[in-house]
Design a protein around this ligand. Sequence first.
Ligand code: GAP
Length: 488
Amino acid sequence: MSTQQDNSFQAIIAHAKEYGFVFPSSEIYDGLSAVYDYGPYGSELKKNIRDYWWKSMTQLHENIVGIDAAIFMHPTTWKASGHVDNFNDPMIDNKDSNKRYRVDHLIEAHAAKLEENGQTKEAETLLQEMDALLAKDDFAGLKNLIESHKIVCAISGTCNWTDVRQFNLMFDTKLGSVTDEADTIYLRPETAQGIFVNFLNVQKTARMKIPFGIAQTGKAFRNEIVARQFIFRMREFEQMEMQFFVRPGTEGEWYKYWKQARLQWHLSLGIPAEKYRYHDHVKLAHYAKEACDIEFEFPFGFKEVEGIHSRSDFDLTQHQLYSKKKMQYFDADINVATGKPYGNYIPYVIETSIGLDRMFLLIMAHAYEEETITKEDGSTDSRVIMHIPEKIAPIKLAILPLTKKDGLPEIARDLMDECKNYFRCFYEEKDAIGKRYRRQDAIGTPFCVTIDHQTKEDNTVTIRYRDSMQQERILLSQVKDIVTNAIF
Ligand code: GAP
């Protein structure tokens, strides 16, 4: 990250804390690494992003239904899914600092430094070599690569490394009071498995016909070793996942459909297309047929925000094997090639998986601007403004009586009562109006309405638009509709 990028990222983190978006967890005890709490405006924004996703998946798709599965699942789930045996990252420890690193992150950070120094070719070669070794699980080769490039620990500054080892990312805990091994259960590392194990329950009770999807949002937990970059990589985070069950042989077209549909969802929030790109996976998981990431240009570069995976019938087949329960679907549609119904099969799955916290960070990074304003007399002023898309802004409308007297608060309270059932409003009568506008800009409120003495005479108010700062006189009775039209 360049110094300028780092400064702007640090400014976003500071702003998130100062204005009640995100706080370090248990901060009075100095925080807990890679765990964060959402404050008054943060929890509102997070909920709005979640609702926007949920609506687009379920309400706008007749063939997608939702579930809310438990975080704790039968431990065999994670054996079947492969997480017990394969959800590992290669790690290396520095013997002098005892600091543990994920091998790919350590090498990537070194490559980023090479690139900053203009050694682009060397950086590319290093990453290619790393990819090849990771693909072969060649741990000795990875250690050699680190040593031959003299990659040092950021704390000790030495190149004194242990061997590379695998480290499982799942948190475990005990169920019940008896602490033998049979009671060990895991905090789910992804929400997807709650969908797979409920596949038949949902299909039967909601009478779903293939192709259909099951959507879910919820917490997931990973013991990330290198947890950094604020809420980009956390140990406790939230996912929004959808598994789309299709007839085998049609997965290619559905993969293309969801790849495109998910990017459209991002763009529907008004975020410029050039901030996004696809990253098609070259190295595929053993069950995957195709996979890609949707990447966003964060202040620290293009990084994954969402994954789209063509997962074949791997998960359902594994659960059938381990549970000994049939995971088949009966397809009564006629196959034109044979003239007979497609019959019983295990469906194939296209997954869309996005991190809610990462999407939150994306919105914060997109929205944050330190703006210099040139006034009519040529002097300058500045403001911090959050260009949060109207649909998901924490507060949609600030209602501001100019003074605390002369009946203005009463009119403002009436407007508040009229609007608060439809969208989130904020009422404030303290401080000069300019100061109040600035506070709303800083939390991303798209509309402010000021009630003044003229309101009493002609029932008009001043509406002020966040991004342009333009103000216009409108009828009090128009306020609710103007805001409602902008947020739906
Ligand atoms: N079920 C598939 C799955 O979990 P993933 O690529 O491991 O796939 C999906 O995760 C998304 O979850 C990522 O694109 C990212 O947005 C989010 N995510 C994963 N690990 C995360 C972490 N440690 N902190 C925050 N978000 C994370």
